[in-house]
Each structure stands twice: as C-alpha cells, then as structure tokens.
Write a protein that binds this ligand. Sequence first.
Ligand code: FES
Length: 576
Amino acid sequence: MKNPKKRPEDLRSFRWFGPADLRSFGHRSRMLQMGYDEEDFAGKPMIAIINTWSDINPCHAHFRARVEDVKRGVLQAGGFPIELPAMSLSETFVKPSTMLYRNFLAMETEELIRSHPVDGVVLMGGCDKTTPALLMGAISADLPAIFMPAGPMLRGAYRGETLGSGSDVWKYWDEKRAGRISEEDWREMERGIARSFGVCMTMGTAATMTALAEVLGLTLPNASSIPAADSAHPRMAAETGRRAVEMVFEDLKPSRLLTAASFDNAIVALMALGGSTNAVIHLIALARRAGVALDLQRFDTIARRTPVIANLRPTGQFLMEDFWYAGGLSAFLARLAPLLDLTQRTVNGRSLEENVAEAKVWREEVVRPLDDPVAGRDGLAVLFGNLAPRGAVMKPAAAEPRLRRHRGPALVFASYDEMAGQIERDDLSVTPDHVLVLQNAGPKGAPGMPEWGMLPIPKKLVRQGVRDMLRISDARMSGTSYGACILHVAPESYIGGPLAFARTGDEIGVDVEKRELRLEVSDEELARRRAAFIPRPPRLKRGYGALFARAIGQADEGCDFDFLECGEPLPEPEIH
Ligand code: FES
C-alpha cells in the first residue's frame, strides 16, 4: 500500500456509522441484524460491488460466482464488501434495444454509489452497454472505482471450424437465405457457437468497450482479455477486489485518471483493434461525463493515422481466445506504443508504460506489426455532407472496396417493418448498385437507436452472390457486423434530419476518401421537402420512455441525457 491508511473518520462511510447519534445507531444495529459484528465493518473501507448478473444474461452467468471472488479480495485487503445488484442489460434478450437502457443503468450506478455508505466501487460488467453505463455512472459519482470485465466466452466450434459471435451468424444466415446450408446445419451451428459463459468473443462492442476501459486505465492490466472460463479470471476478480480497497486509501478516483490524452489513447486503440462503431457514441458520452471535450472529428483524425493491427473478426480472422494466447491487450498496447501516450495512469497506481513494459506478442498472425497491419488505416471514417450535417460513421475496412466510392439510386424504407416486409421479395426492384436507406431508427425515432444498421442484403441479390451493398441509416449496428454500412446519421430523420428527405430513386453518393456523403438533389428541392416535414410526437409517452424522449442527445453527442452530462458536482446525501 503506497499511502498511509486513512483514519476511520476520513472514510466516506464514517458518516453512516461513526457519529454518536440516532441515525448511526440505526445503521449499526441494522448491520448487526444481518449477522455482522462491528469488527467486520467498523472503520473499514466499504466497497460496493455493482453486479450486473441476471438469470437471463448468458454473458454474465458467471457473475454469481465471480462476485464471491471479488469479495474474497476485498476482505483480504481489509475492506468490507457490499454487493449491489443493478440492471443486467443482456444484449441478447433486452428489447427493443439495450441502448434504450444504457443511460438507465448509468443513472442507477451513479445513484447506487451516491446513496449508500460506500468508499470505493468494483463495477462488474462486460455485455455491450453494461461497460459504458457502469463507467458513466462511476465517473459522475467519482469515488475510487475499478472495472472488472466479464471476459470473452470460448471460441465457437462447428465441424472443425471456429465460429465467432455475431459475425458468423450474419455470414451463415445469408448462406441459409441463399439455400447453401440446410436447417439441420443451422441448428448444429446453434449448438456450437456459444460454448461458455462470457461476452461475445469477436471484436464486437463488448470486447471493444472492455478493452477501452482498460486503455482508459480503469481495469487491472490485461484484465479485459482473459477468457471468462480461464482460471486467470477469478484470480483477476480477487485482485480487483484487493485493489479496490487500496484505491480508497489512495483516493484514486476516475477524475484523477481520465484526461484528454487517455481518451485519445482509447481512440487509437479502437482503431487499431478494428473495434465497434458503437464505441464512438460511448466514448463521447464517457468523455463528456469526465468533462473532456471530444467530437467526431477527433475520431476521424486519429483513424487516418492508425493501422488496424488486431487480426480479429469481424475485420480480421481470429477470436478473443486467440488474442489472449497472443499476449492480450498488454501485448497489443506494447506494440502500439509509438502511437500512444503511455504516461497515463491506471487503477493499479502505475502508468500504462509500466504496465506493458514486460508484455510481448506471442502470435504475430493475431497481433500484427505496425508496418504489416490487417488494414492500413480507415478502421473508421466519419462522413459529412448534406445527408449528415453533424456526421455519420462507417468502417471502411469491413466493406467491399468497390463501395468506398459509390453513387447509386436510393431504395428508402421508412421503418424496420417496411424493410422487413420487402427485403425477401423476389420482385423487389433492386440492383447491387442501389443504396439501401432506413429512416426513423435513431435515438428518438426507433426509439433507442437499435442495431438495425446492417440492413439485410435483399434476398434476390443474396441468391446472385451479392454480399455487400451500401446501406445508410440513423441506427447503430452490432460491433460484430460488417459491410458498407453508414451509421449514426445525425441529426436523425425522426426529428427532421435530412435523412428524412431521401426518397426512393434519389441518387446518393459516398466518397470515403473525401469523407463525403451526399443526397444528390438540389438545395431548392431539399428546402421544399424540409418545409413539408411535419414534426412528430415522442414515440413513448409515459414512464422511462417519455423521459428518454425528452432528454436524449443525438449520436454525435454520445446519446447521453442532457441532465446527466458533466456539471456542478452534487452534494453528499444528507443524513438526518
Ligand atoms: Fe453479451 Fe454479445 S450478447 S456481449
């Protein structure tokens, strides 16, 4: 322990338990009611363990056991663990989209921390939105906090081949639609693709966001790469618990770790990982919570100079289990060192540089050298133009090269249902040069900005062997998805963004090199269509949905609620 121990009266939890007054009597007596003696908790750092376990979140199925490992670590280090359950946000099962609830979990996290007798926090998450949500809440609460990533599941296995979460589902679904694989094959795949607890094992949103949490300095070194089923994982969980107690004594809060440089590091890592486009929204939201200015242009600037060196699906070939055997994120960061500011501090009290000093890449084909990357640059591109005045994103490295500069007629769908009703039709008037457009799929329009952005290729074209087309929407797409999908168009169509004015037959042009996205209609015609736009009411009119509709920001702003972004620190709760 680097710093001398705080005196008991210096702990935040002392306000609940220390004073000789009526309320403290109540707090202490109720601890005794639970079977704890005063020597169990009095004067010790209370560590909240925010656990996003649920019976229907397969990615966090091991959290019931893992929380015991975290508690073991907290107790070993002289702290007192308090498990606080929070909304689980299973990406697979929570509808209409977990993105509708990311801010809900962020609020819950912040308020759980603020309202309880807590000195430090362990955040247990990993499944897509849980990571940004937990971190957003912890940044706003700003007590010493450490993230415990769920870890990726094992590789999928099918007839001697490996299967990757999401990416191979989309791939083989198209093969099934084309009639190339049978229902029996498909069912066999279903039994082999998810072989253990843990998060998606491609470089999807979960693997991306847990890796970026680590780059931001908020996990122990290499923690994000450990497969959930590896015995190193519970060992990491216990160490996380031990470290949380020490962080209380060192007062090592998110505000002392997060800087503009640490967010730049996260963006560099995002690009070099070929990570999820969702991370753009989440990093902007995290930065704003931390009071760091971050806009879309910064992502594009960094993307232009950063090669993709992690050979992981969907951009590359391998899976997270291979990444771990290759040396994990520490080895990846060591290799990326010339592009990073390694002086940034991390939760273990050391700099990134100290943390990766001994790291080595053990499998060159998985983590490639900077001068022999998977893709030269353009892991991500931010496009602007009259169709997206506040920006849109795409992953050029995951698209067919012919679509990087393309002009074609639009085929516009006003809703997901309309698209789904037409896309399988044999008489759909569509060619591989068409540009598929989906409207009303943004933060307010869907609502919740679901992952509809990888629009299916029309079935008649799939049968002809077409596997990629230009697709544009104000939706997001799964981090495991791929293809020429232009996403996050801002402002969104539901509130009158220009995407609302695209019509079937209009020409749309994209030029990735120039970062341009244009609706090729005259300014006068566009103005006419804008004038005819009738504002629409919120999609959800009561409850959390109504709050969401009122307060949600656009994609380029990180989709946070306006009242949750960084502002005046809130006072500690009164205890009377
Ligand atoms: Fe949980 Fe993919 S479904 S991480």
